[in-house]
Design a protein around this ligand. Structure first.
Ligand code: ANZ
Length: 800
């Protein structure tokens, strides 16, 4: 009896797959293509983590299954390799980031190969490769030419520790996503990308794709589209108006005061009139130190100052109301000013209570204040709006506001334009040049890529400028328009740039002349199925959909959306139910699992450990259980008998298993698929034998999960070729239930055959089976059935 020795088996097959390029995909228009995609990793110094193989194995299972079903599968891997950790490591250890990256990639690649993913390694990409980032720069230039990239002096999120500007998406709870330092505001001249121009489409086109519900809703919430109105309030005794944005124009009779943001220009404009301006100025200074997040938190103690000497008039009832300045109103949203309705808005309510401002209810109903449920009650205390529901009142209020020139309907978005500049070294140089005479100009496309030059120090300069700003050779250049002296942009792109279009490069990864050929883009695009982390839903997924839509608009790609389907996996927690981290000492290294149990066990365990979409806790016992299961599968070879059809007593269970495994793999229900295979194995073991046909089916079904073991068994049994060239088994619809019977089939009232089928088969299935019977065929061929009578569980009569 040969013992299961995964390490030897796995090395052997991995070598073979590599040498034979088993999983290479080329354009083949005769075949249906399938393009599954997993998020390419950032090759960190820590190497692969057990969290990586979970999503990779999942789509590898689907990829392998689809190949066996005859599809042309392109499954790929690459490296999202620009970024801060590498740069910080390089600074600390005085090694060039390119060298660090190269070493990390080599390690990641070795680890990935040891898990046996069916990637087409000829399509490997690396975002830091000049042949790659040339096209990242090219896309930026196209965006600039189409008015989507612009420079703006703006307040940015600045991490004093990483010395880098952060996009809103990179600020979590007011802190730097990477190092946790409190983020401050700083004025900087930045390149911006107009993602807001695509805000509507980024929401509306979600209707055309198959994304998990939680992914769609988090994108929708992030973009934050809201419908409301801009309403002008007159400032008393002035020509000026104070415009507010409100989503509740129906509550305008409930306004008891107004609030402007500390940065609102009205404050400086009426400096002279505001009698307590010193107090206001002190308040402004205080607010400047807080992050937007801190300022907009609910239940936070409200602060503010009432403007003495400036007031406003409610345009609907002409009542005079005070104006306050408070930091809970942000300058970056709407108009930076609000009308406060304390009876129906939580923050206004908290504020009004603290400062003893009047509260006017404009909806009936007994609810406690603030009464924020928009679907409850009818309007009161509101003149011509009285008696209406919220929806009706909103509509009517907007109509009134428009007719009387008091404002306009307005849609707002939470989404901001994307801050695209980083003052760091290890990123794609932004391919722009500044000429005194011609302003900002893109580098000529023939001159791409703008190579990242070597520097002596990768540290940000003391002024917060990129290290590139200190290399005169790099900075000084000529203007692409006039040839006169000009200066290069020294900021680099954020890490999100390279990953915004990488799925396109895979389609034609080695093309030296184009981003990818039309033929490749047409054949392989769009991505059929993209799986990735929930944490990338508001950043990477949104950014790449934005770039793709732009490339669609300029005619480069043919589909509006890059990814037809998006699913997400759950994180793997340490055995202490905590997030794995070095400091907690609960990190599992996949290399150790592979060494001790084998890659197939790692794969099988990660697919079996729980519901794929949810978090799962690592368990060594679970790993051993999977190893034991695979050993048992291996040992089946010792009880094999001849036979080329399924045995009577097994055929129902086998058909059920084929159906369940086929469906479960597609629905990411790997745990239940494997459980079904385990059930079948137990049944076989209790019978004490399995025939060749049954064994063949069994190992094909298990192949996507445990590809090395099953290939080895295939070879040991002397089946034809390699398993990866076999065909996925089909199940027999009529052999799924034990409840079968012999159904008589009559032609014109005479029984001409009997067929075995399930008692609850549909009429359609019953007819299909009957027509497949040779005897029946001779009667019905070339004739039209006038009538068919089917009594489930009894009889089928065909009248011709
Ligand atoms: C009056 C009102 C009454 C409001 C009511 C809400 C409820 P969303 O849905 O997020 O778009 N608002 C407007 N601009 C703001 C700013 N710059 N900073 C802080 N708050 C601001 O929220 C829109 C609502 O948030 C607006 O509608 C406004 O308050 C407030 F019962 O106007 B509302």
């Amino acid at each position: 009896m040969v013992e299961y020795n995964p390490n030897a088996i796995e090395k052997k097959w991995q070598k073979k797959w590599d040498e034979e390029k088993t999983f290479k995909s080329t354009i083949d228009k005769e075949k249906k293509k399938f393009y599954p995609l997993v998020e390419f990793p950032y090759p960190s110094g820590q190497g692969l983590h057990v969290g990586h193989p979970r999503p990779y194995t999942a789509l590898d299972v689907v990829a392998r299954k689809r190949r066996l079903q005859g599809e042309n599968v392109m499954f790929t891997m690459g490296w999202d390799a620009f970024g801060l950790p590498t740069e910080n490591f390089a600074i600390k250890n005085k090694i060039h980031p390119a060298k660090v990256t190269k070493d990390n990639i080599a390690n990641f690649k070795k680890q990935m190969k040891s898990i046996g993913f069916s990637f087409d390694w000829d399509r490997e990409i690396n975002t830091t490769d000049p042949d790659y980032y040339k096209w990242t720069q090219w896309i930026f230039i196209q965006m600039f030419k189409h008015g989507l990239a612009y420079k703006k002096e703006m307040s940015v999120n600045w991490c004093p520790n990483c010395k880098v500007t952060l996009a809103n998406e990179e600020v979590i709870d007011g802190k730097c996503e990477r190092c946790g330092t409190e983020v401050v505001h700083k004025m900087k001249n930045q390149w911006m990308l107009k993602i807001t121009e695509y805000a509507d489409r980024l929401i509306d086109d979600l209707a055309e794709v198959d994304f998990e519900g939680r992914i769609k809703s988090s994108q929708i919430n992030w973009i934050g589209r809201s419908y409301g109105a801009n309403v002008n309030f007159k400032i008393k005794d002035k020509e000026d108006k104070l415009t507010v944005y409100t989503t509740r124009p129906d509550t305008i009779f409930g306004v008891t005061y107004m609030v402007v943001s500390p940065e609102h220009p009205i404050l400086d404009k009426y400096k002279e009139e505001i009698k307590n301006f010193d107090e206001v100025a002190a308040y402004k200074d205080q607010a400047a130190k807080k992050s937007d997040f801190e300022r907009s938190e609910l239940n936070k103690d409200k602060t503010g100052v009432m403007l003495d000497g400036l007031s406003a008039i409610n345009p609907l009832n002409n009542k005079e109301i005070p104006i306050w300045v408070s930091d809970y109103v942000l300058m970056t949203y709407g108009t930076g000013a609000i009308m406060a309705v304390p009876a129906h808005d939580t923050r206004d309510f908290e504020f009004a209570q603290k400062f003893e401002m009047p509260i006017i209810k404009v909806y009936d109903g007994e609810d406690e204040l603030p009464q924020t449920d928009i679907n409850k009650g009818r309007v009161i205390n509101s003149d011509f709006l009285n008696g209406l529901s919220a929806t009706e009142a909103k509509e009517k209020a907007i109509e009134y506001i428009k007719e009387n020139n008091l404002g306009e309907a307005k849609t707002n978005f939470k989404l901001r334009d994307w801050v695209f500049s980083r003052q760091r070294y290890w990123g794609e140089p932004i391919p722009m040049v500044y000429c005194e005479e011609h302003g900002w100009q893109p580098v000529n496309e023939e001159d791409l890529p703008v190579l990242l030059p070597d520097v002596d120090s990768y540290e940000v300069t003391s002024t917060g400028e990129s290290p590139l700003s200190e290399i005169d050779d790099f900075v000084n250049t000529t203007c692409p328009i006039c040839g006169g002296p000009a200066k290069r942009e020294t900021d680099t792109m954020p890490q999100w740039a390279g990953s915004s279009w990488y799925y396109l490069r895979y389609m034609d990864a080695n093309n030296e002349n184009e981003l990818a050929s039309d033929e490749a883009l047409d054949y392989y695009g769009p991505v059929d199925w993209y799986n990735g982390g929930m944490e990338h839903t508001t950043l990477h997924l949104l950014y790449s959909r934005f770039w793709h839509k732009f490339l669609y608009d300029i005619g480069l790609v043919k589909t509006k959306e890059p990814y037809m389907k998006r699913t997400s996996h759950g994180m793997i927690l340490g055995s202490d139910h905590q997030k794995m981290s070095k400091s907690r000492g609960n990190v599992i290294n996949p290399d150790d699992i592979i060494r001790d149990y084998g890659a197939d066990t790692l794969r099988c365990y990660e697919m079996f450990m729980g519901d794929f979409g949810s978090m799962a806790t690592w368990s060594d016992e679970g790993v051993r259980g999977c190893r034991k299961y695979l050993e048992r599968v291996f040992n089946l070879k010792d009880i094999i008998k001849d036979g080329d059809t399924y045995s009577k007593d097994l055929e129902i269970l086998i058909n059920q298993t084929i159906k369940k495994v086929s469906e479960d793999y597609e629905n990411l229900k790997f745990n239940t698929a494997i459980a079904q295979l385990m059930t079948l194995l137990n049944e076989i073991r209790s019978r004490g034998e399995i025939n060749k046909k049954e064994f063949e089916t069994y190992i094909i079904l298990l192949n996507p999960v445990a590809p090395h073991l099953t290939e080895e068994l295939w070879e040991m049994m002397g089946f034809e070729g390699e398993l990866n060239q076999a065909s996925w088994p089909e199940y027999d619809e009529n052999k799924l239930s034990f409840d079968t019977f012999e159904m008589p089939v009559q032609i014109n009232g005479k029984v001409r055959a009997t067929v075995t089928m399930s008692k609850d088969s549909s009429k359609e299935d019953a007819l299909k089976l009957a027509y497949a019977d040779n005897n029946i065929k001779t009667y019905v061929e070339g004739k039209e059935a006038k009538k068919t009578i089917y009594v489930p569980g009894k009889i089928l009569n065909i009248v011709i």
